[in-house]
Design a protein. Sequence first.
Length: 268
Amino acid sequence: MPVQPNTGEIPIHRDRLPVARKAAVGDRRSRRGGGTCPDFIGTPPFGEVNSPLHQQIGSLPKGELMRTSLLATLLVGILTLGGSVARAQGKPAAAGSTFQLSSLDLAFTYTTERSNVTPSGGSNFWAQGGSFDAGFTFYHGFGVAANFTGDHASNIAPGVNLGLLEFMAGPRYTLRAGSKHESRVFAEALFGGVHGFDSVFPVSTTVSNTANSFAMQVGGGWDVAISKHFAIRVFEADYVRTSLPNNATNVQNFLRLAFGVTYHIPRH
């Protein structure tokens, strides 16, 4: 028997293709049937609870693990960028340059967020967690900031929890006071996304324990300096808005409060 040359191609058995198509179509039809999906009205985290609902939720899909890993990668990137900027502080600015980094502020805070379960008039809850944010000031107090927050609330409704991972960035204005050690008041408007997990979110004709949506944050805070480099963030208050599915308006409004420490890297 003559030996056929190896072309590196994988042979395709065309007689099997119709079977694969039929199996795929049948699988899609089974998913659309809805007979195995639980009914829900006002699904948590921001809705009324159907008590057996949380038992129907499966494990975290691979796609959601990738999104969570991406958020962690972004956080590592911020820390790496902060280290690079810090090393650049001692380098002289180019002659004639007016738009240059004047300072960098890194903050680590305890964070709590308040919201309520829908429908309107549902019980209130506080999510507890922490935040890391970096603020870069460039010109006359104007700059940019990035924030990463993670928090969690248990039993926002019977047997239902809620976890949130939020990453946002945007413009920040910082007003400085003092000569020897600067205290700083800042205001900001940040935009990004939120990843909800460990909860119940309505998706089409079924439910999921994870969801993603747009997020925005508007607010400000006050850092009181205790040395050249360290300050206490005595107060930060923000309005946070997300759009996670809740079988109602698909809008959540949070009041976020934060307290912690700040590491300040001045230009000079």
